[in-house]
Design a protein around this ligand. Sequence first.
Ligand SMILES: N[C@@H](CCC(=O)N[C@@H](CS)C(=O)NCC(=O)O)C(=O)O
Length: 209
Amino acid sequence: MKFYDCRTAPSPRRVRIFIAEKGLEIETIEVDLGSKEQLSSEFKKINPNCTVPVLLLDDGTRYTSTAGIRNYLEALHPTPSLMGENAMERGMVADTQWRIEMEGQVAMAEALRNSAPRMSGRALTGPFDYQQIPALAERGKLRVERFLNGVDSLIGNKAYAAGDFFSIADIDLLVVIDFAKWIKLELPEDAINARRWYEDVSSRESCKL
Ligand SMILES: N[C@@H](CCC(=O)N[C@@H](CS)C(=O)NCC(=O)O)C(=O)O
């Protein structure tokens, strides 16, 4: 099994933390997004969608999304559970994670990819080039601000994002909060619950990766 990673990118980090929490050792190959290695003909053989993370199995099967990789690994290594142990927990984790991905991570990608000079002509991932739309960058930034303002009530008095257990919802929330620093946005000063949760989760060994 091979894991195609990129140390500086948020989605591969979501898988890296997951792998570390499971205590798995998986051969890891670094893909240099900075030099556009994802667009090379070699990498297109691994993933024609030109994105990381990718998990390539020994029989040639490949998973090319964070969701696909984590679902596969969770089924293969159910302990410790990172997606919930029973029906109610699984529903709550999926629900919370989906909101974090759609309202936080997608908004953040919209803000960054439509404004960063190094992403000029690369406003969307994939084999085709798309021009930046400045209005989308502004809208994305506003959405990220609103998302960050909502983290305090998302956490509330719970220990973790989806309940009293650590899950992929925590991983993705941590990654998006760190990602937002790229556009100089952070949790509000008075977000007591969110900041208590952030300190706790970011002190885990897996989350230092
Ligand atoms: N929804 C995909 C997103 C993957 C993605 O967008 N990966 C980014 C890095 S975070 C990438 O490969 N970017 C390549 C590029 O910028 O061309 C997933 O969850 O795996």
